[in-house]
Each structure stands twice: as structure tokens, then as C-alpha cells.
Design a protein around this ligand. Structure first.
Ligand SMILES: CC(C)=CCC/C(C)=C/CC/C(C)=C/CC/C(C)=C/COP(=O)(O)OP(=O)(O)O
Ligand SMILES: O=P(O)(O)OC[C@@H](O)CO
Ligand SMILES: [Mg+2]
Length: 252
């Protein structure tokens, strides 16, 4: 299968273009709210939808993806908390290995179980080094994953972890402060990881304003992810899109 979405991440990174991904938590939306979010995302040229959660309690993921597919051509990338969160109707899957943690199930265990199913699917698999950073409070993902995030003020640990992930062959690095993080990841840490690896860098967690999104981009993130901030204030979507597009326009 041609790695269409991975190539999109790589060519944007090579051309120094930034991308914007909106995280949709299937438990936190209904069809009407989601349709409104999809329309806003199309209007504002969002690059990707990430769909997932650490814990998903409902069974609406399939319907949600169908709604996105019927109303937009924005790629749907699964952001799974476990191998129970695989849905064949998405375009791609972040095949996350939680490399900041030392929980074998999330480093390789779940992957072994999911592999034969994924092999037969049409999902594009995106091998991703997932790195959790302490963000001032315990987040759902650190609790559910039973792992200790990297300390907020230790950029060198994050950089070495990302380097090891890249050396292991992972194609993307995702630095995550955790959904609803009290503070976004520091520019110092983002810049230090950016300098240490060549693969595209995804950054999310706790971004609540267009200014914060700009800081994350300027520090070196290639893709910024926002979930909670947009759930609370839909206007943030247009504001962040504008920042991303202005940044990209200024390059040309
Ligand atoms: C190999 C496969 C298919 C699955 C394993 C995937 C791994 C290793 C996951 C790592 C740990 C994990 C629980 C990740 C979930 C990340 C995620 C989707 C976070 C979204 O935010 P939430 O943590 O749901 O935050 P809220 O509490 O705001 O809803
Ligand atoms: O919900 P927020 O805080 O924007 O976080 C997005 C994402 O990076 C979480 O995994
Ligand atoms: Mg969630």
C-alpha cells in the first residue's frame, strides 16, 4: 500500500509547512455537534482528524467516522488508547508505541495482538513513538497507561527518547502533554526534540489559544493537535487554522 498519509507528513515537514489536526473524542460529541465541527474543519482547511481516546465507553466510533467521511475529505487517523479502538473505516492508524513508559503492553504487547488484524486491513499504519510529558497534573493517558511521563523540565530525556525511537525505525514522534494538560509542552523541549530527529514531530496537549499554538509551531512542531480547547470553544478552530495558514504563507 502506498504510504499516502505518511508521505503527506514527510513532504510537509521537508517543505517546513505546518499542519493542524483536530482530535475528536467519540465519547465527548454527538452527531449534531460533530457535524458542526466537521463543517468548521472543512471551511478552515484542517489537515487531519485524529479520532480516539484513552478510554472509550460508547460504541459510536463507526458512526462518527461515517459522518466525517460523508461530509469531508479530511483524512481520519485513529489515535487509539488500546487495540479495542481499531475501526476499519478510518484511513490510517497511529501505531503508537509508548516509548516514554516502561509498560511492555504499550511498548509491544498490544501491537502483537493487533498486527494480524491490521495486516489484513486497508488502514495505513503509521509507526509512531509516543512520548508523554508531565504537564502539571495526572492526565487520563498517564493514569490509564500506568506510566510515568517525562519530567516537564527535562528536554534532554525527551530528546534521547525520540532519538531512540527514530533509531528503532519509528516514522513519527508524538510529544503529548496529555489531553487537558495544565500547560502545553515547553518550547525548549519541543526545540530540543526537533533538533535531535528528522522524522515529523506531532505535538499536543493543553493548547488553548492561537498564541499557544503559534509558540508550539515556532518551537518546531510539524503537526499540532488540539482536542479539549476546541471542545470548549469552537472558535479556537478558525483562530488556530488562521495562524497555521499565515505561518505557511509567510514561507512562500
Ligand atoms: C497497538 C494499538 C492498536 C494500540 C495501543 C496504543 C497505545 C500504545 C496507546 C498508548 C496509551 C494510551 C492510553 C493512549 C491514548 C491517547 C489518547 C487517544 C488520548 C486522548 O485523550 P484522552 O486521554 O482520552 O483525554 P480526555 O480525558 O481529555 O478524554
Ligand atoms: O485535548 P488536548 O489537551 O488539546 O490534547 C490533545 C492531544 O494531544 C491529547 O492526546
Ligand atoms: Mg478522551
Amino acid at each position: 500500500m502506498t504510504p499516502t498519509i505518511l508521505n503527506r507528513f514527510i513532504s510537509a515537514k521537508v517543505n517546513r509547512l505546518k499542519s493542524f489536526a483536530v482530535l475528536i473524542d467519540p465519547d465527548k460529541t454527538d452527531a449534531a455537534a460533530c457535524l458542526q465541527l466537521i463543517r468548521h474543519s472543512v471551511e478552515n482547511k484542517v489537515d487531519f482528524f485524529f479520532v480516539g481516546g484513552s478510554l472509550i465507553t460508547g460504541n459510536t466510533m463507526g458512526q462518527l467516522i461515517k459522518l466525517i467521511k460523508t461530509n469531508s475529505s479530511i483524512p481520519v487517523i485513529l489515535f487509539p488508547g488500546s487495540n479495542l479502538h481499531i475501526d476499519m473505516s478510518a484511513d490510517a492508524l497511529l501505531f503508537l508505541s509508548l516509548i516514554s513508559g516502561r509498560n511492555p503492553e504499550l511498548l509491544i504487547g498490544q501491537h502483537v495482538i493487533a498486527a494480524p488484524v491490521l495486516k489484513k486491513s486497508n488502514l495505513e499504519i503509521l509507526p509512531t513513538g509516543y512520548i508523554l510529558i508531565d504537564s502539571g497534573r495526572q492526565t487520563t493517558v498517564s493514569y490509564i497507561s500506568n506510566t510515568t511521563p517525562i519530567p516537564y523540565d527535562k528536554p534532554e530525556i525527551a530528546a534521547c527518547t525520540a532519538m531512540a525511537g527514530e533509531m528503532l525505525g519509528l516514522k513519527l514522534i508524538y510529544l503529548d502533554g496529555g489531553s487537558g494538560a495544565q500547560k502545553q509542552i515547553s518550547s525548549r523541549m519541543i526545540a530540543s526534540v526537533r533538533k535531535s530527529v528528522d522524522v515529523p514531530l506531532i505535538v499536543g496537549g493543553g493548547i488553548r489559544s492561537a498564541e499557544e499554538a503559534a509558540e508550539v509551531m515556532e518551537a518546531g512542531a510539524d503537526v499540532i493537535v488540539i482536542g479539549n480547547g476546541i471542545e470548549k470553544n469552537l472558535n479556537l478552530l478558525a483562530e488556530v487554522s488562521e495562524k497555521v495558514h499565515n505561518y505557511n504563507k509567510a514561507l512562500s
